[in-house]
Design a protein around this ligand. Structure first.
Ligand SMILES: [Zn+2]
Length: 263
């Protein structure tokens, strides 16, 4: 089950095969039980969305590639993940609940427009008014993504339990984080913004977990897309001109844990 961690140069089908009961995507049983090594390009069943979708031009409620998370498992109605990630989240949520751990979803897929509303609200907030533009952007980027660059656009990532770092330091939050660090990988979820001091980009986010069988290939695809195509997305919000100067793609999109990067 943990086979994918030992296969940094290989694909995620090892996990997919396991998650589907020991068979490959097309139903072929796997010999010996638990891993099948196939390169990402050959991986059946992972459709890489077009770049515009990976950069937030998605409409989850109208797109059959996405599926809703039941409202009872969310802090509010209307949350979606890509279908396969949603199904894995439901399995993980159920397993956690059986052990008294609540993985309430606080945020899942966010569109470019949604991210613009978060970003612009922070950009124009009173607390950052006196800052130079680049400092304002860097301050927002401690915890929030520039529109177009959020992993929440992908439909693979979910925030759970609490958005307050301190809540994970003791009590229920600490138990929840410990449960996730022990069990989430059994369901394909990995911690993205880990506490290592040498990881660039965002501050640690104990609440943000990603469905790696999809998100690792998605990150790879994003990194392989042309820089001009990506730059064209960074417009239509306050401070968009700073995307290059804060190194949004290198430092933030790629400032993730080894597990989230597929390393
Ligand atoms: Zn998040």
């Amino acid at each position: 089950m943990r086979g994918w961690r030992a296969l940094p140069a290989l694909g995620w089908c090892a996990l997919m095969a396991c998650s589907q009961g020991g068979g490959t995507e097309d139903g072929t049983p796997t010999s010996g039980g638990d891993t099948v090594e196939v390169a990402i390009d050959a991986l059946p069943g992972v459709n890489i969305p077009p770049l515009r979708e990976l950069m937030g031009r998605v409409a989850p409620a109208q797109d059959s590639a996405f599926a809703p998370i039941p409202a009872a498992l969310c802090s509010r109605d209307g949350m979606h993940l890509r279908r396969e990630a949603r199904d894995a989240f439901l399995r993980m949520h159920g397993a956690a609940a059986a052990e008294g751990i609540s993985l309430t979803a606080l945020s899942a897929t966010r569109t470019f427009g949604h991210q613009v509303s978060i970003w612009n609200r922070k950009w124009n907030g009173a607390q950052r008014m006196g800052m130079a533009p680049v400092d304002r952007a860097l301050d927002i980027l401690r915890f929030s993504s520039m529109p177009g660059s959020s992993r929440h656009h992908w439909g693979t990532d979910v925030d759970m339990h609490s958005l307050e770092p301190g809540d994970f330091e003791q009590g229920e939050g600490a138990r929840t984080l410990a449960w996730l660090r022990t069990h989430a990988e059994d369901f394909g979820f990995v911690e993205v913004y880990t506490p290592e001091s040498d990881r660039p980009g965002y501050q640690p986010e104990a609440w943000h977990w990603s469905y790696a069988p999809l998100s690792v290939p998605f990150l790879k695809a994003l990194n392989e897309a042309s820089i001009e195509e990506k730059r064209a997305v960074f417009e239509g919000f306050d401070g968009a001109f700073l995307a290059d100067s804060v190194d949004i793609l290198g430092r933030y999109v790629n400032g993730v844990s080894d597990e989230a990067a597929g390393r």
